[in-house]
Design a protein around this ligand. Sequence first.
Ligand SMILES: [Zn+2]
Length: 135
Amino acid sequence: MFYCEECRVEKKWPRPPTYPYHNRVTAQCEICNKFSVLYNVPALHLKPEEEKSVEEKLLDKMIQEEYKKKCEAMVLTVIEGTLAGAVDHKATNELQESFIEKSGKIDWYATYELRQTIQKHHDAVKKIERDRRLI
Ligand SMILES: [Zn+2]
């Protein structure tokens, strides 16, 4: 679900667990229809735990398990040199130690989003370092 900061405050929804490293989307808010920079959070995650139905809790569990697998499969790779494309084990270990917790439990959906941000940052920084050496 896409929503703006104004609607978030009005609905008393929490910020994304990955805030301030959350994904930003410029689009039309699904609540007020204004174009703005939006949060993108699954509607299911905006519901308090006690209001979720049995089916919703099951779905939530399935989503978490799916994202846990995605998280554990994530690697950072070497960007340059003869090993370019190979797994960067040191950086991957650091990546695998990044978690987002919600009420004492790992939120794998949010952790995946955070790790994607780290991955993008890692690749971008390594490319800048390479380009600097080429100048
Ligand atoms: Zn809005």
